[in-house]
Design a protein around this ligand. Structure first.
Ligand code: BES
Ligand code: ZN
Ligand code: ZN
Length: 484
């Protein structure tokens, strides 16, 4: 992360300030008569963000939204912070403090939005020094030290996920990815084990191996674990992330113009898993959690898998491949099947899985479906509103599963033209079952194809990798850690 977020027990009145209020009447900071009149007149003109240039210091006064839904008020604060970040950087400000008469939650949301807006991925510019943002330090006054450090850690982890998504294949091969995960494990305190190709072969992960066939670089299978002594759960939570470090579509080469330009983002689900493992261990949450990441490229190389192939998967099922571009489900299937050995409390997978998800709801949220109790799915949806990494649940009716029946194998990897995000989910569900075809564990699938990557910078979610899901999962598991 390029920004330090720190807790302020005392406000530095001399530095730059951002003052949040609900109206000009509850301003905590002292303003001169002229300034107060100016703020009041701006507010009456419906300008909610007022900049006062005191030459030696910049003061921004933000009138927060008065919407009755606090989640929306928080999100508006994050969005406003994006505008303030742009202004502070163009003013070459190095630091700012955030204060005000609003709730600590709102001050934190604003700080979070400000820090996330300040994220940059400059690695490949030769003139990075000139491009780097001036803003380096954000102080938050009016929230507890613990709350501020949580925000700092979750922003840091979101930036880790963004960095990983932003890295092109020329750097981030599956093996390099594993090296990066190991380094993060050391830094944050989670355990990492990496399976190489021969280990993957011995485990008979047929889906991962099939997708990797066309690639000159070997696959990896990455296992991360955070298991504190004070864990509140006996059975672990398992996160599974799609780690396709580049998706060409394989032999069924991507048909849509320019869609390959951003397919470095196809490991976005796994980047979220890595980010979530980072913040959960950084914050030392008392939960036992495991992250699984199957990683490979999907390419049309010499020996690539082809439509018509029948692949035997890790759980012994056979899959007829009818489109090599439906590769995400092939590698996730093996990871979901592998997850059974942990007897998990809950498994959540995250994947940039289908264009159908993107077409259905655009970039406003991710799609969920699954077999977990509705109460658990609702908790995730609730965390979605709270972090504004919104989750919308789609049906998971068995009838959709009819579409992936094959003429020559147990199932095929391609559904019909409709409800593609659900048939993909129904495919994955097969690998969450035990030998008797009963659920081996409660399961939620998250399709993040619409939100993992942004083509332009609209707000604090950034451009290119968004790191979406890290804040969502941290909120969800923080609540789990408190509940039991
Ligand atoms: N990686 C893509 C899905 C994707 C699309 C991610 C847009 C991010 C943005 C996935 O592997 C894919 O190609 N899915 C196919 C599946 C189809 C062949 C059944 C799709 O959605 O078109
Ligand atoms: Zn694909
Ligand atoms: Zn893909």
């Amino acid at each position: 992360m390029n920004t330090t977020i720190k807790h302020l027990s005392k406000l530095n009145e001399k530095g730059n300030l951002i003052v949040l209020c609900t109206s000009e009447k509850d301003l905590t900071h002292s303003f001169s008569k002229e300034e107060s009149t100016y703020i009041k007149s701006q507010f009456s003109l419906k300008t909610d963000l007022v900049h006062i240039n005191r030459l030696h210091q910049h003061v921004f006064v933000l009138k927060v939204s008065d919407h009755k839904d606090q989640n929306i008020v928080k999100e508006k604060a994050r969005i406003s912070a994006f505008g303030v970040a742009k202004q502070l950087n163009s003013l070459k400000a190095k630091e700012t403090s955030i204060t005000g008469s609003v709730s600590s939650e709102l001050l934190l949301a604003f700080g979070e939005g400000l820090a996330l807006s300040n994220y940059q991925f400059l690695k490949y510019f030769s003139d990075k020094e000139e491009r780097i943002n001036s803003l380096k330090v954000i102080g938050i006054h009016g929230a507890s030290a613990k709350e501020v450090s949580s925000i700092s850690m979750v922003v840091d982890a979101t930036c880790i996920a963004r960095d990983l998504v932003n890295e092109p294949l020329s750097y981030l091969t599956a093996e390099q990815y594993s090296e990066d995960i190991k380094k993060l494990g050391k830094a944050k305190g989670f355990k990492v084990e990496v399976f190489n190709k021969s280990k993957i072969e011995s485990l008979k992960m047929g889906g991962l191996l099939a997708v990797n066939l066309g690639s000159p670089n070997p696959p990896t299978f990455n296992i991360m674990e955070w298991k504190p002594a004070n864990a509140v759960n006996k059975k672990p939570y398992v996160l599974v992330g799609k780690g396709v470090v580049y998706d060409t579509g394989g032999v069924s080469l991507k048909p849509t113009a320019n869609s390959m330009d951003y397919m470095k983002c196809d490991m976005g689900g796994s980047a979220t898993v890595v980010g979530a493992m980072s913040v959960i261990s950084d914050a030392k949450l008392p939960i036992h959690i495991i992250g699984l990441v199957p990683a490979t490229e999907n390419r049309p190389g010499g020996n690539a898998y082809v439509p018509g192939d029948v692949i035997t998967m890790h759980n012994g099922m056979t899959v007829e491949v009818l489109n090599t571009d439906a590769e995400g489900r092939m590698i996730l299937a093996d990871a979901l099947s592998y997850a059974r050995k942990y007897k998990p409390e809950l498994v959540i997978d995250l994947a940039t899985l289908t264009g159908a998800a993107l077409r259905a709801i655009g970039d406003q949220g991710m799609i969920s479906m699954g077999t977990a109790d509705q109460s658990v799915q609702d908790e995730l949806i609730e965390s979605g509103y709270s972090t504004y990494e919104r989750v919308v649940q789609f049906p998971f009716w068995d009838e959709y599963g009819e579409q992936i029946k094959s003429k020559i194998a147990d199932i095929k990897n391609l559904g019909g033209p409709e409800a593609g995000m659900i048939t993909a989910g129904k495919f994955l569900e097969h690998f969450t079952l035990d030998e008797k075809k009963n659920p081996a564990y409660p399961y939620i699938h998250l399709d993040i194809a619409g939100v993992a990557y942004h083509h332009s910078e609209k707000n604090y979610r950034g451009v290119e990798g968004s790191g979406v899901g890290v804040r969502l999962l941290f909120d969800f598991f923080s609540k789990k850690a408190k509940k039991k």
